[in-house]
Design a protein around this ligand. Structure first.
Ligand code: GLU
Length: 621
C-alpha cells in the first residue's frame, strides 16, 4: 500500500498534490513527502509520520510554487518509517525524483550494481535504486520528446516484483512519467475553468476526484507519460503504443476516502486478494521453494526447535489455531496455541528449543508484547507475524515475517487476518523445508496451491449478493451458532467473533463434534446455525461427520446455513441456505471459507444500523 499523487497543469501543484495526499492518507501514514519541479530544479520536503508532520515542515519552509509535482504517503516495507526512508527519493545527481508503491524484489542486486558504480545510497528502501537507475537510463536515452518515458521503460524492464513508479526529471518541466506492474495507478484528465488542460496521477481516483471525474485505467506493465503540451501517451514496457481505457468516476469526493465503499471494512474485504498476493510476493522462489529472508534465525536454530507456541489475541488467535493444523501436519513439530493474556500468567514450559510465534496486526498489542517478553526471558526464540513495519513486537523479536495487507482501518480485522493465515502457512512450509520434512516437489505443490488463493478469494467475493440478502434476513436473530471441524473449527470461531463484534448478536463457535455434549440444547425452532463443511476430498470421515451434524441440528429446528465447496452434493438436501466456495486444498480452505462470514457479519451490522468500522467498546490496538 501507499498513496501516490502526481500533477501537471496550471494550478499550484503543491496544493493539488497535498490535497491528494490527504485523501490517500488511509493508504499509508509512515511518512509523507512531496517533490516540486520549478525553474529547472527539483525541491523535496519529506517527513516521517502522518501527513500533518509534513504540513508543519511545509509551513516553516515552503516549497517554491510549481506546476509539476509528485507526492507520496508511505506504508513502509523496506526500511523503517524514518525521514530518510520517506519518498520521494532523488537520484545522486539531484535530477530525478521518484515515488514508489510496492516492492522491488531484486533491489539488492541492483543496489550492489549502483554501489559498484560509486553511487552512495541515502536510504534503506528498495525504492531508491529506481531513482539512480532512472538518472542513468535518462543519460543514455535519445534526446528529444519522450526521453524520460524511454528511460522509465528501460528501468522497468530490469525490475522484478510489484511497483507503481512516478518520476519527474529536472530537465523535463511539465512532464511526469509513471509505470505500473501489479500495483495500482490511474490517470485523471481535467481542465481548469478557462479550459486549460491538466493531468493527474494517483494510486486511486481519490487522489484527484475533487478536480475531475474523467479517468484512464492503465493495464499491467504499462508506462504513461503525461505532458502539458503533448497530453497522455501510454506504451507497454517495450515501447509499443497502447490505447488506455477511459472511464467516468461516478462517486463523489467524500466517498472517495473509503475508495467508494460505504465502510472501510467492505473495502478491506475487497482488498483481500491483493493482500494475500502481496504477502506471498517475493517469498516463493522460482523453483517452488520458499524464500523468507526476514527470518533471522539460523537453519540450525530452526532444526533444534522441538515445540512451538502460537500466541496472539482475538482474530489473530484464530489465525494461530489454523496455523496449528498446518504446521503440525507439515513439520510434525507439536504446536500449542494460546491467547496472549493467558500465556504470560500461567508459567508455560519454554526453553531454547521452543519457538514462540507471536501474531499481531499492529505489532503493538500489549498482551502479545508481554507474552513475547516473557518468552524471551525464558530463552525461547520468538518469531513475529505482523502487519506494521517497525512496530514494537517485530523490533523485540528474533525474527519477523511481515504480512503485506496494507493499513487496516476498520476495527474488525479482515484482510490482516487472511494475510496472517497465509504468513503462518509460509512459516510452516519454511520449517518443513529447512528441516527436510517434505520433498522439494511436495513443497512446490503446496506453493502452487498458495499462489491460487488470491484468485479463489476473488471468486468468492464475486458471488456475495446472496450472502448479503441472507444477512439482511438475519438482522433480528437472537443467537447464531457456528460449527466446524478440523480447520473449519477456527473458522467457526472467527465467524462468531465477527458477528459479536460488529452486530452485537450473541454468537458461539463450536467444534461440530462437541455439539451433542451440551451446546445442542441451545438450538430452538429457527435458530440460525452456520456450518463450515470440509472438502469431500479431506478425510472422508470428517466430511461425512459434518454432513451428519447438519442433519442433527436441522432435526432440532435449526435454520441451516451451509458453506461448502463447489460440487459437494452431499450437503444439498440439508441446507436451508447454501453458500458455495471454490475447491481449495483442505489446510488452505480457511482463507476462502472465512470470506462469506465476514460479509455476513458486515451486512447484519449494517442492517441493524451500527457503525461497522468502529464497533462499540472496541478500538484497534
Ligand atoms: N517498498 C517501498 C518502501 O518501503 C514502498 C512502500 C510503499 O508502497 O509505500 O519504501
Amino acid at each position: 500500500m501507499c498513496g501516490i499523487v502526481g500533477y501537471v497543469g496550471p494550478q499550484d501543484a503543491r496544493d493539488v498534490v497535498l490535497e491528494g495526499l490527504r485523501r490517500l492518507e488511509y493508504r499509508g501514514y509512515d511518512s509523507a513527502g512531496i517533490a516540486v519541479l520549478a525553474d529547472g530544479e527539483l525541491t523535496t520536503a519529506k517527513k516521517a509520520g502522518k501527513l500533518a508532520n509534513l504540513e508543519k515542515v511545509l509551513a516553516e519552509r515552503p516549497l517554491p510554487a510549481a506546476t509539476t509535482a509528485i507526492g507520496h504517503t508511505r506504508w513502509a516495507t523496506h526500511g523503517g518509517p524514518t525521514d530518510r526512508n520517506a519518498h520521494p527519493h532523488v537520484s545522486a545527481d539531484g535530477r530525478v525524483a521518484v515515488v514508489h508503491n510496492g516492492i522491488i524484489e531484486n533491489f539488492a542486486v541492483l543496489r550492489a550494481e549502483c554501489e559498484r558504480a560509486g553511487i552512495e545510497f541515502t536510504s534503506e528502501t528498495d525504492t531508491e535504486v529506481a531513482g539512480h537507475l532512472l538518472a542513468a537510463a535518462y543519460a543514455e536515452a535519445p534526446e528529444g520528446e519522450g526521453r524520460l518515458a524511454e528511460a522509465m521503460r528501460a528501468v522497468c524492464r530490469r525490475l522484478e516484483g510489484a511497483f507503481t513508479l512516478v518520476a519527474t526529471h529536472a530537465a523535463e518541466p511539465g512532464t511526469l512519467v509513471a509505470a505500473r506492474r501489479s500495483s495500482p495507478l490511474v490517470v485523471g484528465i481535467g481542465e481548469t475553468a478557462d479550459g486549460t488542460p491538466e493531468y493527474f496521477l494517483g494510486s486511486d481516483v481519490a487522489a484527484f476526484i475533487g478536480h475531475t471525474r474523467n479517468a484512464l485505467e492503465l493495464g499491467q506493465d504499462q508506462v504513461v507519460e503525461i505532458d502539458r503540451t503533448r497530453g497522455v501517451t501510454v506504451t507497454d514496457f517495450s515501447g509499443r503504443s497502447v490505447e488506455p481505457t477511459a472511464y467516468t468516476v461516478d462517486w463523489d469526493a467524500a466517498a472517495a476516502e473509503k475508495g467508494g465503499y460505504d465502510w472501510f471494512m467492505l473495502k478491506e474485504i475487497a482488498e483481500q486478494p491483493q493482500a494475500i498476493a502481496d504477502t506471498l510476493l517475493g517469498r516463493l522462489g522460482e523453483h517452488g521453494n520458499l524464500v523468507l529472508d526476514e527470518v533471522r534465525l539460523s537453519d540450525q536454530e530452526l532444526r533444534d526447535i522441538d515445540k512451538i507456541f502460537v500466541v496472539s489475541c482475538g482474530t489473530s488467535y484464530h489465525a494461530g489455531l489454523i496455523a496449528k493444523y498446518a504446521i503440525e501436519h507439515w513439520t510434525r513439530i507439536p504446536v500449542e496455541v494460546e491467547v496472549a493474556s493467558e500465556f504470560r500468567y500461567r508459567d508455560p514450559v519454554l526453553d531454547r528449543s521452543t519457538l514462540v510465534i507471536v501474531i499481531s496486526q499492529s505489532g503493538e498489542t500489549m498482551d502479545t508484547l508481554m507474552a513475547l517478553r516473557h518468552a524471551k526471558e525464558q530463552k525461547a526464540r520468538v518469531l513475529a507475524i505482523c502487519n506494521a513495519n517497525g512496530s514494537t513486537i517485530p523490533r523485540e523479536s528474533d525474527a519477523v515475517l511481515y504480512t503485506h495487507a496494507g493499513p487496516e482501518i476498520a476495527v474488525a480485522s479482515t484482510k490482516a487476518f487472511l494475510s496472517q493465515i497465509v504468513a503462518c502457512y509460509l512459516v510452516g512450509l519454511f520449517l518443513a523445508q529447512v528441516r527436510g520434512m517434505k520433498f522439494e516437489d511436495e513443497i512446490a505443490a503446496i506453493v502452487d496451491d498458495l499462489r491460487k488463493l488470491p484468485d479463489a478469494v476473488a471468486r468468492v467475493l464475486e458471488s456475495m449478493d446472496e450472502v448479503r440478502a441472507l444477512g439482511r434476513s438475519l438482522a433480528d436473530a437472537g443467537t447464531v451458532l457456528f460449527l466446524g471441524r478440523h480447520v473449519g473449527f477456527p473458522v467457526a470461531l472467527e465467524g462468531a467473533l465477527k458477528l459479536k463484534e460488529l452486530a452485537y448478536i450473541h454468537a458461539e463457535g463450536f467444534a461440530a463434534g462437541e455439539l451433542k455434549h451440551g451446546p445442542i440444547a441451545v438450538i430452538d425452532q429457527g435458530t440460525p446455525v452456520v456450518v463450515i463443511v470440509p472438502s469431500p476430498r479431506s478425510r472422508e470421515s470428517v466430511h461425512g461427520k459434518v454432513v451428519s451434524n447438519i442433519q442433527e441440528v436441522r432435526a432440532r429446528g435449526a435454520r441451516t446455513i451451509v458453506i461448502a465447496e463447489d460440487g459437494d452434493q452431499d450437503v444439498v438436501p440439508y441446507a436451508d441456505h447454501l453458500i458455495r466456495v471454490p475447491r481449495t486444498p483442505t489446510l488452505l480452505a480457511p482463507v476462502v471459507t472465512t470470506v462469506p462470514l465476514q460479509v455476513l457479519a458486515c451486512e447484519i451490522a449494517d442492517t441493524r444500523g451500527y457503525d461497522v468500522d468502529q464497533p462499540r467498546n472496541l478500538a484497534k490496538s
